[in-house]
Design a protein around this ligand. Structure first.
Ligand SMILES: Nc1ncnc2c1ncn2[C@@H]1O[C@H](COP(=O)(O)OP(=O)(O)O)[C@@H](O)[C@H]1O
Ligand SMILES: [Mg+2]
Length: 185
């Protein structure tokens, strides 16, 4: 009986194993100084993304979602990543790299049901990699397995990015990304 509250109190350690740096497994927070660092971070992520990945990008206007998307495009081997711009009017653009990349921007979405017109199921469960800017607008329609990235404006050149791996594969991806970033630094 006496062990019961003790076990409950520490059970979070099993649910959220720490990665040795005081962070929960699959969660990584990093700060970039300037767009080139965010591009470099995206490039590493694009280089390790497996087919079928869904990346949810969440952050205010100007927080760096599209800059990160350009980096991911570079990492996926998309030839002219300069063409990667927010697909604000068409909502989704496609680029062929090592894997097909779908780039979705939901800024102008009024209602989550509107994404049905985009062939949503195919986008989030089909082939390729899908990046979704303003993903919080369709939070109820996101697949359980995804990498969620929250971006915050810190200063003119500073941005804080928080990567969360939702699901086993995504958790491992975030761990790999963190490791590769630290190796490059
Ligand atoms: N550390 C940084 N990371 C990303 N962008 C940065 C950073 N510092 C400054 N910026 C600038 O912030 C802007 C981000 O724009 P963008 O990626 O289009 O934002 P969003 O897609 O989130 O609206 C760009 O003008 C970029 O040059
Ligand atoms: Mg954008």
């Amino acid at each position: 009986m006496t062990a019961f509250p003790f076990l409950c109190g520490w059970s979070f350690l099993f649910k959220y194993p720490m990665n040795g740096k005081g962070q929960k497994k699959g969660i990584w927070e990093v700060r970039t100084e300037g767009p080139n660092q965010t591009l470099a971070l995206g490039r590493i992520l694009g280089g390790i993304l497996p087919e079928g990945s869904v990346i949810a990008l969440i952050g205010d206007l100007g927080s760096g979602k599209t800059v990160l998307a350009k980096g991911i495009a570079q990492g996926l081997g998309i030839e002219d990543e300069r063409e990667v711009t927010s697909p604000t009017f068409v909502l989704v653009n496609e680029y062929q790299g090592r894997i097909l990349m779908h780039h979705v921007d939901l800024y102008r979405l009024h209602d989550s049901s509107e994404v049905e017109d985009l062939g949503w199921e195919e986008l989030v469960s089909g082939a390729g990699v899908t990046l979704i800017e303003w993903a919080e607008k369709v939070s109820n329609l996101l697949p359980a397995e995804r990498v969620e990235i929250h971006l915050h404006w810190v200063s003119d050149q500073g941005r804080r990015l928080i990567f969360t791996g939702k699901g086993r594969t995504a958790q491992n991806l975030v761990g790999q990304l963190q490791q590769k970033w630290m190796e490059e630094e």
